[in-house]
Design a protein around this ligand. Structure first.
Ligand SMILES: [Zn+2]
Ligand SMILES: [Zn+2]
Length: 314
């Protein structure tokens, strides 16, 4: 800041805090439709579910024990980072770039112009800042909670985290080539973190490709995901178990599950996931057709979604 350069604090979480709880009774605010925690959005004055979009005004008393002033925000979001950065660097001009605060392309353009002209010292942003914009004065990037994306149940989580963080860190020092990046992580020995620290794309590729070959994940094998959902949990889980029990045996196929889907409840529906892995040349669609032909059809409010070579695993 003294050198009139810029810093970027990156955190891939919108809002102020990912969890609100009551200090008095321990009540945690969860979505009434999903089972996800509600994210505190101070700017909008609401608690918001990032999975289904449900939101409610921020309460002042605990709905469980009626205590006043007992609610605390737990964990960081970009809005909270801005508050802390402003307290630590009161002279610095901060700006948050997050899809919540940028309501139009025009706003986005003018915010980016302000940054490019050097009218901002500390930029605080979500993945919105990862690519596309050139900030010539930006020479320091700090990634907060770098492992956020690593544990979301997606077999491509490591690859996606590598791509995102590599891009974000690459925003530092574009012009003069003397940027610095910092990573905050609980898993400094994770292959993604090690490769980012060493700037070693090949090392990450080698470890990831090795793991995928051993576990038959793409590109060495094929995947299908079966999501079974229903209005109640036993019904969804029960159908999942029946399906797995009826899966034709084939040594080229591995059937995993049923397990709770990473998004276990969406819009009041309980979700279970079965993952099917096969060798690369295998006709997975044909296998699935034969399998489902001998399975009971979903009844009542049960639903089965089959996705071959899925892009999303949630
Ligand atoms: Zn309470
Ligand atoms: Zn929800």
């Amino acid at each position: 800041i003294e050198k009139r350069e810029q810093a970027l604090l990156f955190l891939n979480r919108r809002g102020y805090a990912p969890l609100t709880l009551c200090r008095g009774c321990g009540h945690r605010f969860a979505c009434t439709i999903c089972d996800a925690w509600l994210v505190d959005h101070r700017f909008r004055q609401r608690l918001v579910c990032h999975h289904c979009g449900f939101s409610m005004p921020r309460p002042h008393i605990c709905p469980h024990c009626s205590a006043e002033e007992s609610l605390v925000a737990v964990g960081p979001g970009v809005e909270r980072l801005q508050e802390e950065a402003a307290a630590l660097f009161p002279e610095a001009r901060t700006m948050v770039l997050s899809s919540d605060l940028i309501t139009s392309i025009e706003t986005m353009r003018s915010e980016l112009a302000e940054i490019a002209e050097g009218r901002v010292d500390i930029i605080i942003g979500t993945q919105l800042v990862a690519k596309g914009h050139n900030f010539p004065r930006l020479n320091l990037v700090g990634v907060v909670d770098a492992d956020l994306g690593l544990s979301n149940g997606d077999p491509r989580a490591a690859e996606r985290t590598w791509q995102l963080l590599n891009q974000v860190i690459g925003r530092a020092g574009r012009e003069q080539g003397r940027g610095v990046g910092y990573l905050q992580t609980h898993q400094p020995d994770h292959p993604v973190m090690k490769a980012l620290i060493a700037c070693d794309r090949e090392a990450f590729y080698d470890s990831e490709i090795d793991l995928r070959e051993k576990t038959l994940y793409p590109p060495f094998g094929r995947l299908a995901s079966l999501i079974i959902s229903a209005g109640d949990r036993p019904s969804a889980e029960g159908l999942g178990r029946r399906l797995v029990a009826l899966a034709p045996r084939d040594e080229r196929v591995v059937v995993l599950g049923p397990a709770e889907a990473p998004l276990a409840v969406i819009k009041g529906r309980y979700r279970f996931r079965i993952l099917v892995k096969s060798a690369r040349g295998f006709d997975l669609s044909d296998y699935l057709r034969n399998w489902l032909a001998v399975c009971p059809k979903p009844t009542g409010n049960q639903k089965l979604e089959v996705d071959v070579d899925p892009q999303s695993f949630l």
